[in-house]
Design a protein around this ligand. Structure first.
Ligand SMILES: Cc1cc2nc3c(=O)[nH]c(=O)nc-3n(C[C@H](O)[C@H](O)[C@H](O)COP(=O)(O)OP(=O)(O)OC[C@H]3O[C@@H](n4cnc5c(N)ncnc54)[C@H](O)[C@@H]3O)c2cc1C
Length: 195
C-alpha cells in the first residue's frame, strides 16, 4: 500500500495504521526509502485478522489513519547481516532504498519463490551477498530449506558484525539462538518482531 509521504523518518521505522477508529492501529514497517515521495508498506492478508483484509481492500479515495514513524530498528552504513522472513523484508527494503545496501549480507526466508519480495531490487546491489532460502519449493538460485538451516550449516559467521533480525517471534528466537551458539555476542543482535 502506498500513500503520499507525510514526514521525515529513519529507514527501519514503523507506523501505526488503521482504517477506522473502532480497530486499534496495527504496526507496519515503512518499506519505502527516506527520500521517496511516498510511504509504502508491505503486508500479508490474515484472512481471520481484523485489519489486514480491510486494508487490502482500501481504495485510493478511502481514508487511512496513520501515526508518525517510530522505532529504533535502525541500521547505519557499516557492514551488517540482515536476516528476514516473509514480510520481515520490509525494513531492509527501506534501508536498501535509503542507500544502506553496501557491505550488507541479506538472508531472506520464504515459503515459495514468489515470497521473495523486492528480490529484483536486492539482487543487483547485494549480488552474492543475497541468500534466498525457500522452505517449500525448489528453484534456480534458491537454497532449499529454511533460513535457520542455512545458518546452522555455516561453519562460522562473523562475530564482530551487527545482525538485524526481522519477522515472526518464532523465527527471530530461533535465529538468535543459532547466532548465540555460534559465538555472536547478544549485544550484536538487534531484533524487530512482527506479532
Ligand atoms: C513492530 C511491528 C512491525 C510490523 N510490521 C509489519 C509489516 O511490515 N508487514 C506485515 O505484514 N505485518 C507487520 N506487523 C504485523 C501487523 O502489525 C499485524 O499484526 C498483522 O498485519 C495482522 O493484523 P490483523 O489486524 O489483520 O490481524 P489481527 O486481528 O491482529 O489478528 C492476527 C492473528 O491473530 C489471531 N488472533 C486474533 N485475536 C486472537 C485471539 N484472541 N486468540 C487467538 N488468536 C487471535 C487472528 O486470527 C490472526 O490470525 C508488524 C508488527 C509489529 C509488532
Amino acid at each position: 500500500m502506498r500513500i503520499p509521504r507525510c514526514a521525515d523518518f529513519r529507514a527501519g521505522q514503523v507506523i501505526g495504521v488503521t482504517t477506522t477508529p473502532t480497530i486499534a492501529p496495527r504496526l507496519y514497517s515503512l518499506c519505502s526509502g527516506t527520500e521517496d515521495p511516498y510511504w509504502e508498506i508491505l503486508f500479508n492478508i490474515k484472512q481471520d485478522g481484523q485489519l489486514s483484509p480491510k486494508l487490502a481492500k482500501a481504495q485510493p479515495q478511502d481514508t487511512v489513519q496513520i501515526s508518525m514513524p517510530v522505532g529504533t530498528f535502525i541500521d547505519d552504513t557499516k557492514s551488517a547481516w540482515w536476516i528476514a522472513a516473509g514480510t520481515g523484508i520490509a525494513p531492509f527494503r527501506a534501508m536498501l532504498r535509503s542507500g544502506r545496501g553496501n557491505n550488507k549480507y541479506l538472508i531472506h526466508g520464504a515459503r515459495n519463490a514468489t515470497g521473495f519480495y523486492f528480490a529484483n531490487e536486492f539482487m543487483p546491489v547485494l549480488k552474492t551477498r543475497y541468500i534466498r532460502c525457500c522452505s517449500q519449493a525448489h528453484g534456480e538460485g534458491l537454497y532449499a530449506g529454511r533460513l535457520t538451516h542455512w545458518l546452522q550449516e555455516q561453519p562460522t559467521v562473523p562475530i564482530d558484525t551487527p545482525y538485524y533480525l526481522c519477522g515472526s517471534a518464532e523465527m527471530v528466537v530461533q535465529v538468535r539462538d543459532i547466532l548465540l551458539a555460534k559465538g555472536v555476542p547478544f549485544a550484536n543482535i538487534c531484533s524487530e518482531i512482527y506479532f
